[in-house]
Design a protein around this ligand. Structure first.
Ligand SMILES: Cc1cc2nc3c(=O)[nH]c(=O)nc-3n(C[C@H](O)[C@H](O)[C@H](O)COP(=O)(O)O)c2cc1C
Length: 158
């Protein structure tokens, strides 16, 4: 089965998770949606889409790509994942962020964790984090979830 992993990422966590998933799958192509002008979806049996969440919103390039390719994506085996700092809101943010049709069509949906480094954030992001009382680098990438996701995506039963 040929798998494409598409992601958007502002500060690198979602990109890192996309490559960790690729390693678990053994063989998959990985693409940053914001860098790809055209994506040959026809070449793939399964497509995974990953996004971070910023101020309640999924990545704009991811959202644009999903909406523009909704029909083609619905014909694939779909996996969706989010990276975000609020584990308790992760699945809600995934389900409201991605187009409804894609959420319904998805075979696997998961929260892969989060990561940020204060020094890599821009001025406004730093200010927001300061307001939220976040002064240190933080992260929790869920390797076991990524492994389960890879197994469920390629497995033969739902
Ligand atoms: C300025 C800022 C705003 C954020 N807003 C949210 C949010 O609304 N909800 C959430 O769950 N996580 C939020 N996060 C956490 C990020 O989603 C998390 O760090 C994610 O791993 C970033 O992924 P990326 O490195 O691929 O961009 C925020 C982080 C920053 C720095």
């Amino acid at each position: 089965m040929k798998v494409l992993i598409l992601y958007g990422s502002k500060h690198g966590c979602t990109a890192k998770c996309a490559y960790l998933l690729r390693d678990k799958l053994g063989n998959a192509d990985v693409m940053d949606v914001s860098q790809s002008t055209s994506v040959a979806l026809d070449d793939y049996d399964a497509v995974v889409v990953g996004t971070p969440v910023y101020v309640g919103q999924i990545n704009k390039a991811v959202s644009r790509f999903c909406n523009a390719n909704l029909t083609a994506l619905q014909e694939k085996r779909i996996g969706l994942f989010v990276c975000c700092g609020l584990p308790e809101k992760a699945m809600e943010q995934l389900e409201t962020g991605f187009p409804r049709e894609l959420v319904q069509a998805a075979r696997v949906k998961a929260y892969f964790g989060y990561q940020y480094e204060i020094n890599r954030l821009n001025f406004f992001e730093k200010a927001l984090m300061r307001l939220l009382g976040k002064h240190r680098d933080e992260g929790d990438i869920r390797h076991a979830v990524i492994e389960d996701f890879a197994r469920s995506l390629t497995g033969s039963c739902h």
